[in-house]
Design a protein around this ligand. Structure first.
Ligand SMILES: Cc1ncc(COP(=O)(O)O)c(C=O)c1O
Length: 462
C-alpha cells in the first residue's frame, strides 16, 4: 500500500509549487501538537506550521470537538442571501478583535480570494463613493510582495519566479521599493528607519495618488519574499500617507494575522486601522480553509442602495462563510482567550531570539531577523564582500534536508532559512527546532565550501 500511495501521489496528485518530475513523496498519516508522523515511521516537527497556518497544534481536542459538534448541526450553508448562526457569530467576533473601525466582514475560502475581494471592493468604492473618482484604478505594491496566485492577487505581487510567465495576463501596478530593514543605510535607527522607506513611498504618491485606488501591504513581514521585515513605524506611517493622499490602505494579514508577529494582528502593534484587512491561514487555527476581508463602515455604506443601484458586491465563493470552518475559527479564538496565548508567547519569542542570536555568530550567517514567532536569516559565502554561494551548492535547501534528517520539517529556500512554528510550540520543542537549524547551517556551509554539489534545484519552490 505504501508503494502504491507513493506511486499515485507522483502520478495523479499534482502538488502546489512543486516540480513533479523531481518530487519525492512525503506522506503524513497523522499529526499531533507540533508533530507530523509520516508513512515511513518518521516524526517531524512542523517548523512551517503547515504553510504558516497551524496555531494551537494539530489534532487539538477542543478544535476537533468544535468541528464535529458543528458537523452534527450543518456542514455547509451558503452566504448568498442567507447564512448560518455560527458564521454570524464569527463575523461579530472578528469585528470585536480586529482594529477599531473594521465593522464588516466578507468571507471567502483562501487568502488569494480575500485579497481579490479587497482589490475589487477598493476599485468599486471609488466609483460609488460620495465624490466618485473613477480614474483611481491602480494599486501601489512593495518590492517582492506576495498576495496569492489568482490573477488579481498575482498582479499586485512581484515574485518573478512565480508570476513572470503570466505577465501578459496581469494588470499594471505601481511598485515601490521593498521596505526591507536589510536595505537601510548604516547608522539609521528608530523613526529614521521607517522614514527612509516612507520618503520613498511619498515620492511615488506625490506623482500617482490621483490614479491610485489603494496601497497593498503585508504589514511588518513580507512572507513569501523571504520573511522580509519592515522597521517599526513603517506601517503606521503608511497609514498616515494613505490618508494624506486619499488612497485606501489594504493590509494583507493572511500570513501575519493571529499571533504570528507577537501581537494578534500586525496592524494592532502598529496602532492602525487599515481600510481593508484580509485574513486567512491562521483564522481557523489552520484546520479548515477560510478567509475574510474586513472593511470600515465608510466603505461599506457606499455599497448600500436598492437592488437596481448595482452597488452590491458582485463577488462570492460557493464555500464562503462555511459553518464548519466558522466553528473551527470560533474554537481557535476561544483557545487564544482561554490560554491567554498572545501574552504567553513572550517567553517563546525571547527563547527563539536567544537561539537565533547564537546562529547569528556563524561567519556565513547574515540578515538575521525576527518578528514574534517568525525567524529568518540569510546564508552568505563572504560577509564582507556580500558574495553568495553558487546556486549549485543548494545551501538553503541542504539546511532543510539536514534538519529533516534530525526530525524537523522547514521549507527549503535558496540561500536562506526561515521558521514559523505553531504558536503552541513549547520551549523544549523550540530547542529541537533550533538545534536542527543550527546543525543544518554548520553542515551545509561546510559542504558548500568543500565540494559544491550539483543537484536538482527548485524541487520545492515556495
Ligand atoms: C501574505 C499572503 N497573502 C496571501 C496569501 C495567499 O493565501 P492562499 O494561499 O490561502 O490563497 C499568502 C499565502 O502564502 C500570503 O502569505
Amino acid at each position: 500500500m505504501h508503494d502504491q500511495l507513493y506511486d499515485w501521489d507522483r502520478t495523479h496528485h499534482w502538488h502546489a509549487f512543486t516540480q513533479m518530475a523531481e518530487y519525492t513523496p512525503l506522506v503524513i498519516k497523522r499529526a499531533e501538537g507540533v508533530w507530523l508522523y509520516d508513512t515511513e515511521g518518521r516524526r517531524l516537527l512542523d517548523g512551517a506550521s503547515s504553510m504558516w497556518c497551524n496555531v494551537h497544534g494539530h489534532n487539538h481536542p477542543a478544535m476537533n470537538e468544535a468541528i464535529v459538534r458543528q458537523l452534527h448541526r450543518a456542514a455547509h450553508i451558503t452566504t448568498l442571501g442567507m447564512t448560518s448562526d455560527i458564521t454570524i457569530e464569527l463575523a461579530k467576533r472578528l469585528v470585536d478583535i480586529t482594529p477599531n473601525g473594521l465593522n464588516h466582514v466578507f468571507f471567502s475560502s483562501d487568502g488569494s480570494s480575500a485579497n481579490e475581494v479587497a482589490l475589487k471592493a477598493a476599485f468599486q468604492y471609488w466609483r460609488q463613493c460620495e465624490s466618485p473618482q473613477p480614474q483611481k484604478t491602480k494599486y501601489l505594491t512593495f518590492g517582492e510582495a506576495y498576495h496569492g496566485d489568482t490573477i488579481g492577487a498575482a498582479s499586485v505581487g512581484a515574485i518573478g519566479k512565480f508570476h513572470d510567465l503570466f505577465k501578459p495576463l496581469l494588470f499594471d501596478v505601481i511598485r515601490a521599493p521593498q521596505p526591507d530593514s536589510r536595505r537601510l543605510p548604516k547608522g539609521l535607527n528608530g523613526d529614521e528607519s521607517a522614514k527612509f522607506f516612507l520618503d520613498e513611498v511619498e515620492a511615488i504618491l506625490c506623482e500617482h495618488a490621483d490614479e491610485l485606488a489603494a496601497i497593498v501591504i503585508e504589514p511588518l513581514v513580507q512572507g513569501a519574499a523571504g520573511m522580509v521585515m519592515q522597521p517599526t513605524g513603517f506601517v503606521r506611517g503608511l497609514r498616515e500617507l494613505a490618508t494624506k493622499y486619499n488612497v485606501l490602505l489594504i493590509a494583507d494579514e493572511v500570513a501575519t494575522g493571529f499571533g504570528r508577529t507577537g501581537a494578534m494582528f500586525a496592524c494592532e502593534s502598529e496602532g492602525i486601522t487599515p481600510d481593508f484587512m484580509t485574513l486567512g491561514k491562521g483564522l481557523t487555527g489552520g484546520y479548515l480553509p477560510m478567509a475574510a476581508t474586513l472593511t470600515t463602515s465608510e466603505i461599506w455604506n457606499t455599497f448600500l442602495g436598492d437592488a437596481a443601484s448595482g452597488r452590491a458586491m458582485y463577488h462570492g465563493h460557493t464555500y464562503s462563510g462555511n459553518p464548519l470552518a466558522a466553528a473551527a475559527a470560533m474554537a481557535s479564538l476561544d483557545l487564544f482567550e482561554q490560554n491567554d496565548l498572545i501574552a504567553n508567547l513572550a517567553p517563546k519569542i525571547e527563547h527563539l531570539g536567544n537561539r537565533l542570536a547564537a546562529i547569528a555568530e556563524h561567519p556565513n550567517v547574515t540578515g538575521v531577523r525576527q518578528r514574534g514567532m517568525v525567524i529568518a536569516f540569510d546564508i552568505i559565502r563572504d560577509r564582507v564582500t556580500g558574495e553568495t554561494f553558487a546556486p549549485e551548492t543548494r545551501v538553503g535547501q541542504r539546511i532543510a534536508e539536514i534538519a529533516m534528517e534530525q526530525g524537523v520539517w522547514i521549507r527549503p529556500r535558496p540561500n536562506m532559512c526561515y521558521a514559523i512554528p505553531p504558536l503552541a510550540i513549547s520551549i523544549d520543542e523550540i530547542d529541537i527546532l533550533m538545534d536542527a537549524i543550527e546543525n543544518g547551517v554548520e553542515q551545509s556551509v561546510t559542504e558548500a565550501h568543500s565540494s559544491p554539489v550539483s543537484m536538482p534545484s527548485d524541487r520545492i519552490l515556495r
